[in-house]
Design a protein around this ligand. Structure first.
Ligand SMILES: Cc1cc2nc3c(=O)[nH]c(=O)nc-3n(C[C@H](O)[C@H](O)[C@H](O)COP(=O)(O)OP(=O)(O)OC[C@H]3O[C@@H](n4cnc5c(N)ncnc54)[C@H](O)[C@@H]3O)c2cc1C
Length: 413
């Protein structure tokens, strides 16, 4: 691929701004096209340790730490008396032993400011895209080109990056299919004043009567979201707010976890978010972050995939490699997360962890358990999907390591 240095990025979320910072540092001319965010709250608040070195590289970790909650681990509750806790500092790893729970509006602002400081230009408008004749090329509308005039070396960008999230701008224009995931859940999301917490920094994942919920401690409040089958949500009302509030009162698990919770925000609802684009790049375009695919919120992998793919794309462009190299890496990463998430929903992941925990206590078992758990903990740190050996080991464990256990005990309905 020739070295294209005039770049248009659609969107100003974490994928867009991470890419912008990396490319500006190498002398690229980057224009971000996006309007200010209007949603009252944004999902993507729980980060994993693998993101921390990225924040350090972008020079923003200290600022992020000032308004975020320090996250030392994660816990998964199946019954009131059965809670699996995973602390990032308990298993040896080359990654930091912590992450953050971030208010997303502030996090986006920090990254956008860092991108502008690095030299990117922000054009406050939504572009209109079109296909160029019968080709695989995309064009920006004249008004958008006019708004960026003089910033690029040429009159139009060499590369258009769709980082506008799940609206999937380029895929819609070119008619590129999205591969749906196996689950057809809905997610209902709001902030509340308080819930019970196992640890004031953990991301909490709890199995509900049907589906599961997250509790993410944020400064002065808790993000509480449910991921449930659509039929279960519909039993509790028509609007998102009715469903959210009624589930809070009626689901037996939520009643225990958040008995005094008062909702502080409107309720946002998400459907059909498990999907991967059939293509990620073309002649003069590429998809980044959620625009190319998103798997499931359960392991807080979305922000990692968004920022990791931004770094992968930056490396690909800077090293003048074909975009197909980037495409293959991203496809592999997304497919790996699909598989890992599947082990969570069918109960095999927790079942195999439980078998490991219940092994007779002797020196050999302790060594085996320590070694295996260092690989399993890579799921919770975000690294498993990009470490082939950890993924292989996980596949082995959930296939052959279940002994007499019954994965249905940990299945998510
Ligand atoms: C229910 C749910 C819970 C989640 N929880 C977590 C979590 O706890 N942890 C985690 O890591 N991930 C989580 N995620 C995923 C995470 O939110 C996303 O993966 C992440 O935000 C993707 O970043 P992005 O930059 O690709 O897209 P986004 O963050 O969506 O950013 C896209 C940007 O593009 C802008 N835009 C939209 N349309 C246009 C347009 N036409 N032109 C220009 N700009 C446009 C938007 O305003 C936005 O600013 C969750 C997802 C869901 C659905």
């Amino acid at each position: 691929m020739s070295i294209n240095k005039d770049i248009a990025i659609l969107g100003a979320g974490p994928a867009a701004t991470t890419l912008a910072i990396r490319l500006c540092r190498q002398g690229y001319k980057v224009v971000l096209f996006a309007t200010p965010e209007h949603a009252p709250i944004l999902v993507g608040e729980s980060l994993v340790p693998m993101i921390v070195p990225m924040l350090q590289d972008l020079g923003v970790e200290q600022e992020v730490a000032t308004y975020s909650v320090y996250k030392p681990g994660a816990c998964f509750t199946y019954h009131a008396d059965e809670i699996f806790q995973f602390r990032f500092d308990e298993t040896p790893s080359d990654l930091p032993s912590y992450a953050y729970n971030v208010p997303r509006d502030k996090f986006n602002k920090t990254l956008l400011e860092a991108a502008l400081k690095a030299g990117a230009k922000w054009v406050e408008r939504k572009v209109v895209l079109s296909r160029v004749d019968e080709t695989d090329r995309i064009a920006l509308d004249a008004a958008s080109l006019h708004a960026a005039a003089g910033f690029w070396t040429g009159s139009a960008p060499d590369l258009i990056v769709d980082a506008a999230g799940r609206v999937n701008l380029i895929g819609r224009v070119l008619g590129i299919p999205m591969q749906p995931g196996p689950r057809q859940d809905v997610a209902l999301f709001a902030h509340v004043d308080t819930t019970e917490l196992v640890d004031s920094g953990y991301v909490h994942n709890d199995r509900m009567d049907q589906g599961w919920c997250w509790r993410i401690p944020l400064p002065g409040k808790v993000s509480l979201g449910y991921v449930v089958p659509e039929s279960y949500a519909l039993q509790h009302g028509n609007s998102a707010a009715e469903q959210y509030d009624n589930l809070l009162k009626n689901d037996s698990v939520l009643r225990q976890l958040a008995p005094h919770a008062q909702r502080l925000t409107p309720v946002l609802r998400f459907n059909n978010y498990q999907s991967i684009s059939a293509r990620h790049c073309g002649d003069n375009w590429v998809m980044l972050g959620d625009a190319g695919g998103f798997v499931d919120p359960v392991f807080s992998s979305g922000m990692l995939i968004a920022m990791h793919s931004a770094n992968q794309l930056a490396d690909t462009l800077i090293q003048a490699q074909p975009l197909s190299v980037y495409e293959q890496t991203i496809q592999n990463h997304l497919q790996a997360w699909f598989e890992i998430v599947g082990f969570y929903y069918d109960g095999r992941l927790m079942s195999s962890i439980k078998v490991g925990m219940d092994m007779p206590d002797n020196i050999v078992n302790r060594l085996i358990y320590k070694w295996v758990s260092s690989h399993i903990s890579r799921i919770f740190s975000g690294a498993a999907a990009s470490h082939p050996f950890s993924l292989q080991l996980l596949r082995f464990l959930v296939t052959y390591g279940l002994k007499q256990s019954n994965p249905a005990v940990y299945q998510i309905k």
